[in-house]
Design a binder for this molecule. Structure first.
Ligand SMILES: C[S@@+](CC[C@H](N)C(=O)[O-])C[C@H]1O[C@@H](n2cnc3c(N)ncnc32)[C@H](O)[C@@H]1O
Length: 358
């Protein structure tokens, strides 16, 4: 079976944004094709014209594809397999898998049309591994590069594809479900927890919080993000006119500043700036970029609430504003944007000095 399409999974309702992103990235590579998707499915099938599977997998922009803002998971697959035998789905799946793989991930899109497939997805990896082994397609430890992705469309149909194991997420559907920390004053702290997991490697996380870093939390109340920063050992200036949760108000390493997020100036440079203010994306991104340009903060994590339409365009606009405001310092910074699992009508941004702190 020829692998000629990408299967991208996303938050239901964001299919158009993911399709637009894929088209943008692939157009830069000169890859033609078309997207097939239906609103609310949580899936985009992007069919490429005239390139071999190896060429598609080796595209220079593949890491960019994996980093797509609205994409939770991306695999290179063949046309959908239908009429899988419910008594032996694994054989049908493996016979459609052209290459060996070291790992197997079975997942399903998040849209309601695919509800109820999670249980089957949990049961299938064992039989598929067995069938891969029988067929001589289980890669040994020396070749752990590819992960087999089986994306279930129903109990009897699926896409069979691959992604580089280093680039795709090991969690089915690219979904990192996190629990709120015990005692946290609000649920929204999980967004910051997920951001640290997504944007920083384990080593970077360790180094970033090894001492007692300082942080500013703009729009902090009631304190979910401040609570996460405190749990990592940071000292926090929490800026909000609203009240903080009493547990934080009594914490000597949290200073509550009653002030405006857009005009507040820190007493000294801080290691981290975080911001969860609900306001226009342009206003938020410009404020955060100014902090970095003035060296008031070393790194920033912030959320942008998206408009109802043209969300891909809104993200591109934010990226352009970020670098424009940084001006001569733009080269020094990386700017990554992702719609994380715990984000709703929003995306999370991470801005940091290139190659570590300056
Ligand atoms: C979504 S809530 C933040 C939730 C918080 N991150 C948490 O985890 O608990 C947004 C907060 O931004 C604050 N806010 C909105 N506009 C602000 C401004 N201009 N200056 C300071 N705070 C602002 C609101 O008072 C509100 O507490």
């Amino acid at each position: 079976m020829s692998l000629d399409r990408w299967i991208g999974l996303c938050r239901p309702g964001f299919e158009g944004d993911l399709a637009a992103e894929l088209a943008t990235v692939l157009a830069e590579e000169g890859v033609g094709g078309y997207a097939r998707t239906e609103a609310g499915e949580g899936l985009v099938e992007w069919v490429a014209y005239g390139l071999s599977a190896r060429e598609l997998l080796a595209l220079r922009s593949l890491p960019a594809l994996q980093d797509l803002v609205f994409c939770r998971q991306l695999s290179l697959a063949g046309p959908q397999l239908t009429a899988l035998d419910p008594a032996d789905r694994a054989s049908g799946i493996v016979s459609a898998a052209p290459w060996p793989a070291a790992e197997v991930l079975v997942e399903s899109p998040a849209g309601p049309a695919y509800a109820g497939l999670e249980r089957l997805a949990k049961r299938l990896p064992g039989p598929i591994r067995g069938a891969l082994e029988d067929a001589g397609k289980l890669a040994g430890p020396q070749d752990r590069k590819l992960r087999l992705h089986v994306t279930l469309a129903s109990g009897t149909s699926a896409w069979v594809g691959y992604a580089p194991a280093a680039l795709s997420l090991a969690e089915p559907g690219g979904v990192r479900r996190l629990r709120r920390l015990a005692g946290a004053p609000s649920r929204s702290g999980v967004k910051l927890q997920e951001a640290f997991l997504h944007f920083l490697s384990p080593t970077e996380r360790h180094l970033a919080f090894a001492g007692r870093p300082t942080a500013v939390d703009l729009g902090a109340a009631p304190g979910g993000w401040t609570f996460v920063l405190r749990s990592l050992g940071a000292e926090v200036l929490a800026v909000d006119n609203g009240a903080l949760d009493p547990s934080l108000a009594e914490d000597p390493l949290v200073i509550h500043v009653k002030g405006d997020a857009f005009t507040y100036e820190p007493p000294r440079t801080v290691d981290w700036l975080v911001c969860d203010v609900v306001d226009k994306p342009a206003r938020v991104v410009e404020t955060l970029a100014r902090w970095l340009r003035r060296r008031w903060a070393m790194r920033a994590i912030f959320n942008l609430k998206l408009p109802m339409k043209q969300r891909h365009a809104a993200v591109m606009d934010a990226r352009e504003r970020f670098f424009r405001i940084l001006g001569p310092r733009a080269e020094e910074y990386t700017f990554a944007v992702k719609q994380l699992y715990h984000d709703r009508e929003e995306v999370t941004c991470y801005a940091a000095p290139r190659g570590g702190d300056h």
